[in-house]
Design a protein around this ligand. Structure first.
Ligand code: NAD
Ligand code: MLT
Length: 528
């Protein structure tokens, strides 16, 4: 199978080399499609790689029938409709670490441009004006830098500001006093940061909560003559309020790398001499572009090879060591899910998964998603995958719960799935056996031992002499070879179960004829 990868924004050639080295990956790079052409062609691709220009919208994702993964070569995913991606089972990965250093350095360059009027002085010189008085600056030493958002980039900026002997005051909901103390900075509230800063720099993502976080009221709280920096995302600062604050003299200067609308050729803030700006260049270094492209390329390759990705955005990220531990259970969980839904043979409304033994103290969320995927596949086919399994279960009104017990129940690891529908509950359990792989070990409380694959039949019957023989003959009459047979009973002469593996699918006609035999309570065909 050949995978087709569309690279729709300018990505480093060196960075996408890992993709080029894979034989069954075909790359279409920068075909120069506009929005309409992209929409027209997107259904030919398995993977899409973007920076921030391509708008990965709901209509695009809904049209992308082949698309499995979107790779964002950078941090911010505000150009991608994550909800629509999840709903359509498309995983989004990013490269969160690759451009931290470049963005932090760019922020420092912007702060220094502001403090010493470097761009304005250079511009004047180009206009043949030698003007030393107009461009007197201020030192950074002993000034206060207010940092809003102390994540990867905010923290790197803070470290560099300390190198300039600035005092750093930061606000981030996740900043602890211990971390602040370790970094030699002050942990403060947003209001304290706004009041204290001679320079204020924002480093949050653009979210509902951070949209216009720096607005007219925020400017009111600031020191007169404050200088503002935004190398994070346009929209965190209310541009109209910033314009007014500069014109009123409250804000002495602003350095902006990002804007509410990008790209543009004219902007009212750029008519002000106090504003210096770059066209979203924070991550535009050779080093950062290479690293982010390499990072997403590797994640796309991992994903297309069926391996766990390193930087998922619309799925929880699992450290690689933990992933190593749980990956072998994915297959078992999916097979158990398909087995139980075939056994229940009706639309269900509740799924309970219990992890026992050594599974009780590891992260099992991805295993649950595989079990739910196995169940929903019966209703939704290939539309369901690990990314959207829980979302789709929720949409269908099916509750999913997970519990854990360290009790071994005779197995070092055991996954038990119980589903409930209008006719009641059904239960199945499986384990991973050293050397033997996935085994089905319980069906509705009866003990069995079978590999969960191929064509299986579950027969509920009354434990009586001759039943097994009659059953064997009935299958022979339909020319169906029985490969394995497991039998267990509740008590002598009571309810019993037979689990067969057969060589081909049990058709409806044969199934209903076998179900008519005396002592048979039910026959269910299961194809895994
Ligand atoms: P990050 O996730 O490491 O850090 C973001 C921090 O913001 C987190 O610590 C989070 O707790 C904090 N935060 C969230 N909501 C907040 C709020 N309401 N108030 C205060 N803090 C809040 O992200 P990062 O890698 O440091 O990136 C930061 C920003 O920089 C993002 O917007 C990213 O898109 C942008 N970025 C821009 C460029 C560029 O080219 N200009 C390059 C890289 C990143
Ligand atoms: C990012 O979020 O990583 C930056 O905006 C850089 C980019 O333009 O890709």
């Amino acid at each position: 199978m050949t995978y087709r990868v569309l690279v729709s924004d300018p990505l480093s050639d060196e960075g996408i080399k890992p993709l080029r080295e894979i034989e069954n990956i075909e790359i279409v790079k920068n075909p120069g499609w506009d929005e309409a052409a992209l929409l027209e062609n997107i259904d030919q691709f398995d993977a899409l790689l973007v920076r921030s220009q391509t708008q990965v919208t709901r209509p695009l994702l809904e049209k992308a029938s082949r698309l499995k993964i979107v790779g964002r070569a950078g941090v911010g995913v505000d150009n991608i409709d994550l909800e629509a991606a999840t709903e359509n089972g498309i995983i989004v990965v990013n490269a969160p670490n690759g451009n931290t250093n470049s963005a932090a350095e760019h922020t420092v360059a912007m702060i220094m441009s502001l403090s010493r009027n470097i761009p304005q002085a250079f511009y004047a010189l180009k206009q043949k004006q030698w003007d030393r008085k107009r461009f007197v600056g201020v030192e950074l030493k002993q000034k206060t830098l207010g940092v809003v958002g102390l994540g990867r980039i905010g923290a790197e900026v803070a470290k560099r500001a300390k190198g300039q002997r600035m005092n750093v005051v930061a606000y981030d909901p996740f900043l602890t006093d211990e971390k602040a103390e370790r970094m030699g900075i002050t942990n403060a509230t947003l209001e304290e940061v706004l009041r204290a800063g001679d320079f204020i720099t924002v480093h949050t993502p653009l979210l509902k909560e951070t949209k216009h976080l720096i607005n007219a009221e925020a400017f009111e709280l600031m020191k007169d003559g404050v200088q503002i920096v935004n190398c994070a995302r346009g929209g965190i600062i209310d541009e109209d309020a910033l314009y007014d604050a500069i014109v009123s003299g409250k804000v002495a200067g602003a350095a902006l790398d990002v804007f509410e609308q990008e790209p543009f050729t004219e902007h009212k803030l750029l008519t002000l001499p106090e504003v210096v700006a770059t066209p979203h260049l924070g991550a535009s270094t050779i080093e950062a572009q290479e690293i982010v492209a390499i990072d997403v390329s590797h994640d796309v390759i991992r994903f297309l090879e069926g391996k766990a990705v390193r930087h998922p955005v619309n799925m929880p990220s699992i450290p690689s060591e933990a992933m190593h531990q749980i990956e072998p259970y994915f297959y078992l969980a999916e097979k158990l899910g398909t087995f139980i839904i075939d056994l229940a043979n009706e639309v269900i409304n509740d799924i309970r998964i219990t992890y026992s033994g050594e599974l009780s103290d590891i992260e099992t969320g991805p295993v649950t998603r595989n079990a739910v995927k196995g169940i929903l596949k019966r209703f939704l086919g290939s539309r369901v995958n690990d990314v959207n399994a829980l979302y789709l279960a929720d949409r269908k009104g099916i509750t999913v719960s997970e519990s854990k017990t360290s009790a071994q129940k005779g197995f070092t690891n055991l996954i038990t799935i119980e589903v409930t529908g209008p006719s009641g509950s059904r239960k199945v359990a499986g384990t991973l056996l050293n050397g033997l792989g996935a085994r089905l070990v319980r069906v509705d409380g009866y003990q069995v031992d079978a590999t969960p694959e191929g064509h299986m039949v579950v027969i509920q019957h009354i434990d009586q002499p001759g039943v097994i023989g009659r059953m064997g003959s009935a299958f022979a009459e339909h020319n169906i070879n029985i490969a394995t047979m497991q039998v267990d009973r509740s008590d002598v002469g009571g309810n019993a179960i037979m689990l067969l593996t057969i060589d081909r699918h049990l058709e409806d006609k044969a199934l209903s004829e076998i179900a008519l035999l005396d002592e048979i309570k039910s026959v269910t065909a299961i194809d895994l």
